[in-house]
Design a protein around this ligand. Structure first.
Ligand code: ATP
Ligand code: MG
Length: 379
């Protein structure tokens, strides 16, 4: 079988690594130039884009910010999953909010802003602490601005002045004082079968994911049921095939959707060592029409992102249950370079492994690790 992925970064690379044992030949498209590449070696292949599409049994994406003509070309083949609509929805916060509202799915209170002059009214409605998000092309906290009080409004309006908000509106959200962030990663097969991983707890720093713990500690069944219901509504509405991730804010016993990601997701990387079948393999199984793999847990897991940092040896592999996934990219500030997966038999042992791992790594680049370990050790 052959699979073509639009996008050739680390997610395509990890799908490639999951595809090999299944006998699935996976190639990727560098969306900046339309060239077909091997996502592991980055070698440019001689095959044309159209030939690669014709040749593939299934086409999918590794991220949602794909030029629309390319999406159309993929959709035309009739073998593009999850679907053009799903990708466009994940890529545009305005569309995403519309879908959530239409399906009556609780999400973060917001306003759509097409002119900075509207911000005064928005403040009156949503409060003084706001998060402004470009509706398109934002990820990892890029394309976001924060407002802490009315005093900052004038300066913020100035820094937004050069944006064309008619063309790319802002989704302005109330800054929520949530208990924690959770996500669900699951998949839907071509026959409508659903499978889920347990909810993960996600720790962000400066708008970027740093640590996921799965299953999220102290999960009650009601939270899981809510997340699954949201997942089911979304995937049915979109007639979805493949892995979908939904990010939530937990407010008391309610989950509010932050955003959806129509693809394999960073908060599901722990499944590489922590579950019977990884999210990467399950995405491939879903889009190729194969039976979904078991999501059975092999223990409790933590995933620790390596961000903007690469000057380490590999001595930390001595930590029990520690696995490194290095993406082979050039180091740049704020860039996701790789991740560690830790797997242990319970949270106490997981906390010990996290503490041990933090001993090998600078606090400056891994600011959440030691504290989370300390918290988990008291569970
Ligand atoms: P990513 O690509 O990592 O998912 P993103 O750029 O798509 O990030 P969001 O998920 O919208 O952006 O926001 C990143 C993080 O910023 C959230 O995970 C959360 O920690 C914080 N955040 C976003 N919106 C809000 C909000 N309304 N209230 C409080 N915190 C927020
Ligand atoms: Mg997010």
């Amino acid at each position: 079988m052959k699979v073509l992925i639009l996008g050739s970064g680390q997610l395509a690379r990890m799908m490639y690594l999951a595809a090999a044992p299944l006998g699935i030949h996976l190639t990727a498209v560098d969306v900046s130039n339309g060239k077909v590449v091997n996502p592991l070696t980055k070698r440019v292949l001689t095959q044309s884009l159209q030939d690669a599409m014709d040749d593939a049994d299934a086409i999918s994406v590794e991220f949602e910010h794909i030029p629309e003509p390319l999406l159309e070309q993929a959709q035309m083949t009739g073998k593009f999953y999850p679907s053009m609509t799903a990708i466009l929805t994940g890529a545009d916060r305005v569309r995403e909010k519309r879908l959530l509202d239409k399906l009556n799915i609780a999400n973060c209170p917001y306003a759509i802003v097409t002119d900075v002059a509207q911000l005064d009214d928005v403040m009156a409605k949503l409060g003084q602490e706001l998060i402004l998000k470009a509706s398109r092309d934002g990820y990892d906290g890029y394309g976001q601005w924060r407002l802490r009080s009315a005093d900052e409004l004038a300066a913020l309006k100035q820094s937004l002045a050069e944006l064309d908000l008619q063309k790319v509106p802002l989704v302005v959200e109330k800054k929520l004082d949530f208990q924690r962030e959770l996500s669900i990663v699951g998949m839907r097969g071509k026959n409508g079968d659903l499978a889920f991983y347990p909810l993960a707890e996600n720790l962000h720093h400066q708008g970027q994911l740093h640590v996921s713990v799965a299953p999220a500690p102290a999960l009650d069944d009601k939270l899981t049921a809510q997340a699954r219901e949201v997942f089911t509504k979304l995937t049915e509405a979109l007639d979805y095939v493949g892995v979908l991730a939904v990010e939530f804010f937990q407010m008391g016993d309610q989950l509010l959707v932050n955003e959806i990601a129509p693809r394999v997701h960073n908060s599901g990387h722990w499944t590489q060592q922590g579950a019977d079948t990884s999210q990467f393999e399950n995405h491939l199984r879903a889009i190729c029409g194969l039976p979904l793999g078991s999501t059975q847990l092999l223990g409790v897991s933590a995933m620790i992102n390596i961000i903007g940092y690469g000057s380490f040896n590999r001595d930390m592999l001595a930590v029990e249950g520690c696995h490194l996934h290095w993406y082979g990219k050039e180091v740049r500030p704020k860039r996701k370079m790789g991740h560690f997966n830790l797997r242990a038999k319970d949270y106490t042992q997981l906390a010990a492994a996290m503490t041990a791992l933090s001993g090998y790594l600078p606090q400056s680049h891994f600011p959440m690790l030691a504290d989370k370990a300390a918290e988990l050790s008291t569970l």
